[in-house]
Ligand binder design. Structure first.
Ligand code: LHQ
Length: 255
C-alpha cells in the first residue's frame, strides 16, 4: 500500500495521505511520495488539487516513532518538508485541504500551506510542536500568523490548545465545516467548481497574494500590471468577455 494515494477525476487530482494506522504522520517515505504527487499535480490538465487524509486523521505531523532517526533536524526539514511546502505554493492552481480529522504539528502547517481549508465537524487542530518542546516548523510560523494575526497565532501556538472544527471556523482558519461523512463529496464538489474557473487567473491571483505579504505597494502594483497583461492574453479572458456580452455562462478551459 502506498503512503500517498493519488486519484484523478477529470481535472481534479486528489492526494490522500495514507498511513491511517499512524494518523498519516510524516515519514521520509511519505514525504517522497507526496513530492511525486505534487509533481503530478503540475500537469496542466489538473486544474484543482485536494489534499486529505485516510482514516480518522488528516495528519499528526512528524511520525514521532521515526523521530530518533531524523539526526540533524534542520537538514531533515530542508530535505523533506520544505520542498513540499514550496511545491504547494508554486502550483499555479488552487490546492484545497480537506481536513478530515486530527491535524497536528507539521500536518497543521501542511493544511495552512494550502489555499483553502474545509473541515469535517470531527476535525481537531492541535499545534503539537510546543507540546514536545519544539517550535512550529514546515512554514507554520509563516502561514499561521498570516491567517490568524500575530497575537492569536502566538497565543495558540504557545498554548498548544486543541481547537475544534467549529472554533477553527470562527477564527477563520477554515472556511467551511461539514458533517464528517459529507466531507469527501463536498471537497470534490468544491474542487470541481474551482477546476472550471479560469485556472491561469486563479494561479496568478495566488502568486499575487503570496507576493503581497512582503512587497511594497509600488512593487505590488507593478506585479499586478505584468500579470494582468498575461491574463488578458489568455483564452479564458476572451471567453469571459464573449460570454458576458452574449449573456451566456462562460466555458473556461484554463488556457
Ligand atoms: C502518533 C502521532 C505522531 C506517531 C499520534 N507520531 N504516532 C518535528 C521533528 C522533526 C523533524 C521535523 O518536523 C517536526 C514537525 C512536527 O510535526 S513536530 C509535532 C509532531 N506531532 C505531534 O506532536 C502531535 C502528537 N499527537 C497528538 O497531539 C495527538 O495524537 C493528535 C492530536 C494527533 C490526535 O489526538 P487523538 O485523536 O486524541 O489520538 P491519540 O493521541 O490517542 O493518538 C492515536 C494514536 O496515534 C496513538 O497511538 P496508540 O498506539 O496509542 O493508538 C498515538 O501515539 C499515535 N500518534 N500522533 N505524530
Amino acid at each position: 500500500m502506498a503512503d500517498v494515494e493519488v486519484t484523478r477525476d477529470g481535472a481534479v487530482q486528489t492526494i490522500t495521505l495514507n498511513r491511517p494506522e499512524k494518523m498519516n504522520a510524516f515519514t521520509r517515505g511519505l514525504h517522497g511520495e507526496l513530492r511525486d504527487a505534487l509533481k503530478q499535480a503540475r500537469d496542466p490538465e489538473v486544474r484543482a488539487v485536494v489534499i486529505t487524509g485516510a482514516g480518522r486523521a488528516f495528519c499528526a505531523g512528524q511520525d514521532l516513532t521515526e523521530f530518533g532517526e531524523t539526526g540533524d533536524i534542520g537538514a531533515s526539514l530542508r530535505e523533506t518538508y520544505h520542498p513540499n511546502i514550496l511545491a504547494i505554493r508554486a502550483l499555479e492552481k488552487p490546492v484545497i485541504a480537506a481536513v478530515n480529522g486530527a491535524c497536528a504539528g507539521a500536518g497543521l502547517s501542511l493544511a495552512c500551506a494550502c489555499d483553502i481549508r474545509i473541515a469535517a465537524d470531527s476535525a481537531a487542530f492541535v499545534p503539537g510542536f510546543i507540546g514536545i518542546g519544539l517550535i512550529p516548523d514546515a512554514g507554520g510560523t509563516y502561514f499561521i500568523h498570516r491567517l490568524l494575526g500575530a497575537s492569536r497565532a502566538f497565543e495558540w501556538m504557545s498554548s498548544n490548545r486543541r481547537l475544534t472544527a467549529a472554533e477553527a471556523h470562527a477564527w477563520g482558519l477554515v472556511s467551511e465545516v461539514v458533517e464528517a461523512d459529507a466531507l469527501p463529496v463536498r471537497a470534490a464538489e468544491l474542487a470541481s467548481t474551482y477546476a472550471e474557473l479560469p485556472t491561469r487567473g486563479i494561479g496568478m491571483t495566488k502568486r499575487l497574494f503570496d507576493h503581497a505579504d512582503t512587497s511594497t505597494l509600488e512593487e505590488q502594483l507593478e506585479m499586478e500590471s505584468q500579470l494582468q497583461a498575461a491574463a488578458a492574453r489568455s483564452d479564458d479572458f476572451r471567453e469571459g468577455v464573449s460570454a458576458f456580452l452574449e449573456k451566456r455562462p462562460p466555458k473556461f478551459t484554463g488556457t
